[in-house]
Design a protein around this ligand. Sequence first.
Ligand code: NAD
Length: 473
Amino acid sequence: MGTENEYAHLFNIQKEYFHSVLKKERIFARKERLIKIKKWVKKNQHEIQAALYNDFQKSPEEVLISEIKPVIGEISQALKHIRSWNKEKKVSTPISLLGTKAKIVKEAKGVCLVIAPWNFPFMLAIGPVISAIAAGNTVVLKPSEMTPHTEKLINRLIKELFLEANIAVVTGGVKETQELLALPWNHIFFTGSPQVGKIVMEKASKHLTSVTLELGGRNPVIITKNTNLRSTAKKLIWGKFFNNGQSCVSPNYLLVDEQVKKHLIEELKFEFVTAYGNYPEEIKKNKSLARVVNNHHFKRVNQLLQKSINDGAKVVFGNNTDNETNYISPTLLDEVTIENSIFTEEIFGPILPIISYKQIDEAIEIINKVEPALALYIFSTSNKVQNYIIQNTSAGTTVINDTTIQFAHPNLPFGGVGLSGMGKAHGYYGFLEFTNQRSVLKQRNRFTTSKLIYPKYNALKKMIIKLITWNDI
Ligand code: NAD
């Protein structure tokens, strides 16, 4: 927390540091910063796990898989490629610019703001900071206020390792974030909801600041009749209930071929019991299940669930709730229609609705009714069907025969399209978001071919211009 003036001061000292230190230093210094974070994360692994457990009972195993490993992976990837990512790239010369030389120089954007959400509060805060460091920027990081233990730990990490002029943390909520957003950043990297994404973009437009918006989405899963239902069910139970369904790439609803729906439901029940237990008390005590992050979100998800049941959805399993501990048991809903309120929102909680379809075009029509999702999942053994679905839909990312794992691929750009976001994260693509690809063209000093087309347009010049343009017109 701080005042508007303190934020403006922080911005100014970072600007000064960027120009006087970062602009002049070598790639090695960026590597050193990344190595420092890597060492800190390894050393403080148990503290990170404890913070996440205290925030929403996230299991230590899930913290390792989805908070610690991706951060270490992102650093290792950057360390391995930082020199080639930052390398100048020579480009070929067209005949019309004969005699010139051209290249693309990778230049840091400058003073950057990173705003993080609560659902993977460590990884989604530190991940973009790694990209920003690899590109040579200063960073002000605003972690989520919804996960206070992790927020505190992130603050400690940054304070222990970096000068405030280089990388700083600002804690707080809406008020603090809006004050930060009033400053003329060189780039803003925001991860969160589409509603707040719009606010970020509006504020950024005041200074024409570039933005990366990693937003949410209602991710559909198509399950065709040509798939191994046991294996599909296992993957779906994991993908949906990981982080208690509070993941931007979590399946939002299933579109299932009606011929296999009954069988799939049996398999989902079996796989759920295998992973989480049979009886309500047993499931509630299962240490692998995180809680809904806070009571505000508990109420939101529970209201959505109860309204959906009132709208006609049938509970296959789940619907056990506890307001005191923000607990909603993983719930499978059958007989959901597109009129049901649960279809119209990003659930962001442990509820999985099933909608059935007769023809694949019906499923495609349902998907295309709304803005493109962050992720679209296809379960089918047929290449023809997979390609047909991809060709007739749009999504930020797509996985065939699995869910969620695209996030872990270091060489794939991660991000949305339309309402699910703009710009990309991870590896080289994350680095590019924080980089200005500056084009540098070098002309010769005296005679240049370009001079042949300068006025005055006498007969000779007219002929030359005709000759130059003749192929194009
Ligand atoms: P959120 O948009 O409510 O909050 C994100 C950040 O914005 C927080 O730091 C918060 O302090 C700040 N904020 C909240 N309201 C604000 C306002 N009115 N003005 C300015 N700043 C404000 O999102 P959340 O609830 O933390 O996270 C859940 C959302 O994030 C979901 O929609 C989810 O799909 C999305 N998400 C997307 C990705 C991705 O990579 N695409 C990853 C994780 C989460």
